[in-house]
Design a binder for this molecule. Structure first.
Ligand code: ADP
Length: 988
């Protein structure tokens, strides 16, 4: 595909990649390169870069312009794009026809003004750390006035933007000003290396303070809170590594990230920012991960570049009503210095690079992130959330490293603009689950039994990727082993199990009443339920004695173990919080299902599908569900917490699960059945309406294209609710109106849990669909969960999903029997030659299979030979993609022999596979004999003249082939020119 066409086709992906971070930096870097290459004129640049206009609009202008300018400019645009965003997903491909290369322009141009333009990208880089110095020289030399300086240094500009503004100004001042800048850069001394920790000897008082701070952090973090009520479990004994990934792919990162990489430079996308976001679902282990980092730091076992670490919990900061200065925040909320507060605080201010702040649970803060109130003065008092937002932005204490955790839905682009990187915490890996269960049970025999039972229940195993569910399952091992195979399948099942577990273990009371366990504890459920429900409406997670009293929570209720004591750091008073946020949502759901005090509109409002932007409103609905006397106070100024939509969604998922037919016996004597039936009908209606809303938003297909639906936020959540209900009829009804050919769920955070729900719902579709799950965390366990819907799937896209040979073995064993299944794309997974035998078998058996794409895996000659075995017997395959493997000449020869007489092959890619001329000669036979072939991709191999000669000869007998791609092989420039003349279909 050519550059111009790609600019059109990939417009959305390009805009996304350039703008999704919210920062203009990527776009501006691309513009710098295009300017320096002479592809954009100064006028073009000013037309695109209109300040005050939305970033997306500027980016669109650029795309329009490069498109109009034609093929070459588009090619250079992609080259610039790739340089700025080498790992952008889904934009350009190395196999695209637009692999223009950027010329390095000569350093010495005829004029200094020209040099400023041609060297713009590197000058921006060089100037950004020393704008002041350059301005000083320009003022001294009389080229700049102080008004010019102010304009350059407007605080809204990042240092890179300031550097650009400076260059733009200098340009208008003429040649001699340009010369001053270039001389300044030349003479600029190497920056003084930052005070290195080892060389610095901090004052004695600071060291004393560090000791006090670390011993307090160590004491706070050595036990895991969820184990508090039952048994003390030290973090060392139970901590299991979760899976960490960078949100943006990064070429330098091989293998999994370690804990210290979170804070380190690896994967940095915005060098200007100092804040790292660790995002993950509720119960995914974010707090525990921070706790681990704190403990390791306090013991001197990690993060030793930081002299002081200040841990904050946003949940606790919520209860700080006073306005505080930064100093008060640090000392009162973390650790009070016994002496010389002034000196210690000054040391902190003077050495920001030695300080680390962590903020756990930004999504739990009452106020959503905003950058409206700027605060730069460390002694000025302000509401705590304002201090926090200014720290994150860097207006306060620039240079201090910050780690913030949050659920992904709760942070918007405004916040992301201030991030140096985002790390995703994706729960436990399969071996992590194993490890956790073994750590949890000191009796190896019990651990083995629990693991065995998990292996027989793959839905439950899928759930255990979430650490909080893994904890519950391990905690309730007796119930788990006692219940029938496969009876625990939903998240609600697991939470009901722990509910029963706690009631039966914590309560000393013997059940002599003949009542079922729930009936016996109904009052406790309702008291805690009300506390949870009110709390969620008010973004309250820590409850005072008065809160408890208001909801009727008694000492006996507390003893059941769902609440744990929590210290309010600001007032040093005791409060209570639920063992985990998800537990609070579960109790809120129980309240909605069982209480006779909730409003009729509670359920419809709970299920409203709003966009994130409107999240505030939707949460007000949650509050509106409360009787008016109970309505909690809202945070002032109309601000709303980002957590409200996710909390509402978790609660709604539990409500769906609790109202499932499977659990109705449990409620039999707890709530009148007519009320129950009504609530069920309400939920069913909401789910069906929610789905319809998604389906209605699907645009009509452009002629010739398939009708395709890209999942909107909320779609996966509705699917999960349907799964929790476990009522086929409801799922069938809800899906009955979905009429699409292609369902796109890329970058949707789909893990094994979501795969289970998706398969459950999609299996009810009437017509086959293409299922696109690229760039998620499906993994082998997720693949296994998808099997039940494979019969309805005609193509499956699983690019970049951590799938191994084992996942493929199971997948193909199933799909081989599925008549509809015709295409698979597995680009960038962990596949080796051990999986090719399964593909070979599939190819032999399925004579309607059309497309196999296995690019960027670890296949070698051996794998290619195995594939060839299958290809020999196949009469349907049209597309075979093996880009970025290592099949070499021998592999290419084997494939050539298998495919030379194919009557169906249309497209073959062996780009970047170490293929030489021997391979090319063999492949010539396909060109000679196969009449269906249209494109052969051999870019980035080692083919020499003799190989190309053979291809040319073969092409003389074949008029069907449209192009043979041979860029970046072992040919001289002269050879390239000559070959081009001889055969115009060769792309060299
Ligand atoms: P989040 O902050 O993402 O909601 P938490 O860190 O509170 O999740 O985890 C919930 C529970 O899951 C913890 O209390 C603990 O029992 C368990 N857990 C989470 N992460 C780990 C881990 N890395 N090792 C062991 N247990 C964990």
């Amino acid at each position: 595909m050519f550059g111009q066409e790609l600019v059109l086709r990939q417009r959305t992906e390009i805009l996304n990649a350039l703008c999704s971070s919210g920062s203009a930096e990527h776009l501006e870097q691309v513009l710098d390169i295009l300017l320096s290459q002479g592809e954009l004129t100064w006028e073009d640049y000013q037309n695109i870069q209109v300040s005050g206009r939305a970033l997306h609009c500027n980016a669109r202008k650029l795309l329009d312009l490069v498109y109009i300018k034609g093929e070459d400019t588009c090619g250079l645009f992609f080259a610039a794009f790739k340089r700025v965003l080498p790992d952008a997903k889904g934009v350009g491909t190395s196999s695209s026809g637009c692999s223009s290369t950027l010329e390095e322009k000569e350093e010495h141009q005829s004029t200094c003004t020209e040099t400023l333009l041609t060297q713009r990208p590197s000058l921006v880089e060089k100037l950004r750390g020393c704008i002041d110095g350059a301005l000083e020289d320009l003022v001294t030399s009389g080229h700049f006035t102080s008004a010019d300086c102010c304009e350059v240094q407007l605080p809204i500009h990042t240092p890179c933007q300031q550097a650009r503004r400076l260059l733009d100004h200098v340009r208008s001042k003429g040649e001699s000003a340009a010369k001053v800048v270039l001389q300044f850069i030349q003479h600029k001394q190497e920056p003084v290396s930052p005070l290195s920790h080892e060389k610095l000897t901090p004052p004695k008082e600071v060291l004393k303070y560090q000791k006090k701070l670390s011993s307090s952090i160590s004491a706070q973090s050595c036990f895991l809170s969820t184990y508090g009520g039952t048994s003390h479990m030290s973090l060392d004994d139970i901590y299991t590594d979760g899976q960490l990934e960078l949100a943006h792919n990064c070429v330098d990162v091989n293998g999994p990230l370690g804990l210290e990489d979170i804070v380190g430079a690896v994967g940095t996308v915005n060098k200007e920012a100092d804040t790292v976001l660790v995002s993950g679902e509720a119960g995914g282990g974010k707090s525990t991960l921070l706790q681990r980092l704190h403990l390791l730091w306090a013991r001197g076992a990690a993060l030793q570049d930081f002299l002081l670490l200040f841990p904050f919990s946003c949940r606790r900061l919520n209860s700080e009503q006073r306005e505080l200065s930064l100093r008060e925040l640090l000392f009162q909320h973390c650790c009070w210095p016994d002496r010389q507060q002034e000196e210690i605080f000054q040391f902190i201010l003077d050495h920001p690079h030695l300080i680390l702040f962590t903020f756990d649970g930004l999504d739990e803060l009452k106020q959503s992130f905003s950058d409206e109130h700027r605060l730069c003065c460390p002694t000025q008092r302000a509401p705590v959330h304002i201090l926090l937002f200014n720290l994150i932005q860097g207006s306060l204490m620039k240079g201090v490293r910050k780690v913030v955790t949050s659920r992904p839905e709760a942070v918007g682009p405004l916040f992301k603009k201030h991030l140096c990187k985002e790390v995703l915490l994706k729960g436990f890996s399969p071996s992590g689950i194993d490890c956790f269960v073994r750590k949890h049970h000191s009796d190896a025999h019990v651990a083995a039994k629990v693991l065995e039972s998990l292996r027989t229940n793959t839905a439950l195993l899928g759930l255990c990727h979430s650490p909080v569910l893994c904890w519950i399952v391990s905690q309730c091992h007796k119930e788990l082993l006692g219940c029938g195979e496969g009876s625990l399948t939903t998240i609600t099942d697991v939470y009901l199990m722990i509910l029963q577990h706690f009631f039966q273990h914590q309560s000393s009371q013997k059940n002599t009443t003949g009542l079922c366990w729930l009936q016996q504890h109904l009052q406790t459920v309702l008291h805690l339920g009300k506390l949870a429900f009110d709390g969620i409406g008010a973004t309250c997670y820590i409850f005072s004695g008065t809160d408890l009293e208001t909801c009727g929570v008694t000492e006996k209720d507390i003893c059941m173990g769902f609440l744990m004591r929590s210290k309010d750091m600001s007032t040093h008073t005791e409060g209570y919080e639920f063992l985990h946020l998800t537990m609070q949502c579960f109790f809120a759901a129980l309240y909605i299902v069982l209480s006779d005090n909730t409003d009729r509109s509670t359920i419809p409002k709970l299920f409203e599908t709003q966009k994130m932007k409107e999240a505030g409103q939707s949460s007000r609905c949650f509050i509106a569900c409360l009787p008016s006397t109970d309505q909690p106070q809202r945070p002032s100024g109309g601000e709303t917490a980002a957590a409200e939509t996710p909390n509402r969604q978790i609660t709604a998922t539990f409500v769906s699960g609790l109202l499932s037919q499977r659990h109705r016996n449990l409620w039999l004597h707890c709530c009148p059945s007519a009320v129950m039936e009504k609530r069920v009908r309400q939920v069913v209606k909401c789910l069906s309406k929610g789905m319809q809303k998604h389906f209605k938003s699907i645009p009509q297909p452009v002629e010739g294209e398939k009708k395709s639906m890209h999942a909107m936020p909320g779609f996966v959540w509705l699917i999960k609710c349907l799964y929790e209900m476990q009522e086929d009829r409801v799922a069938i009804d809800a899906m009955s109106k979905l009429e699409v050919d292609h369902l796109k769920l890329t970058y949707c955070n789909i893990g094994p849990v979501e795969c289970t729900a998706l398969a459950y719902v999609l299996q009810h579709l009437r017509n086959p669909v293409g299922l696109q799950l690229d760039n998620n965390s499906v993994g082998d366990v997720g693949v296994e969960q998808l099997l039940p819907c494979m019969h309805i799937c005609n193509s499956l896209y699983l690019r970049n999903n951590n799938i191994t040979d084992e996942g493929i073995r199971k997948l193909l064993a199933k799909t081989i029997q599925c008549e509809n299944f015709k295409k698979i794309a597995l680009f960038n997974n962990n596949l080796t030659d051990a999986c090719t035998q399964h593909f070979s078998r599939l190819l032999k058996i399925k004579q309607n299979f059309v497309s196999l794409r296995l690019g960027n895996n670890n296949l070698t000659e051996k794998g290619a030979k195995q594939l060839a075995e299958g290809l020999k017997c196949n009469h349907s395959l049209q597309y075979l993609g093996l880009w970025g493997n290592k099949i070499g000449d021998a592999g290419a020869e084997a494939l050539a022999t298998a495919l030379e007489n194919s009557k169906t092959l249309v497209w073959l890619s062996l780009v970047d596979n170490g293929v030489g001329s021997a391979g090319a000669c063999a492949l010539s036979n396909i060109i000679k004999n196969c009449t269906s072939l249209e494109e052969l991709w051999l870019t980035e191999n080692h083919i020499t003249r003799s190989g190309v000669e053979s291809l040319i000869q073969a092409m003389q007998h074949n008029t069907h082939v449209k192009s043979v791609w041979l860029r970046n092989n072992d040919l001289s420039l002269e050879e390239v020119e000559e070959m081009k003349q001889r055969e115009s279909r060769l792309i060299l």
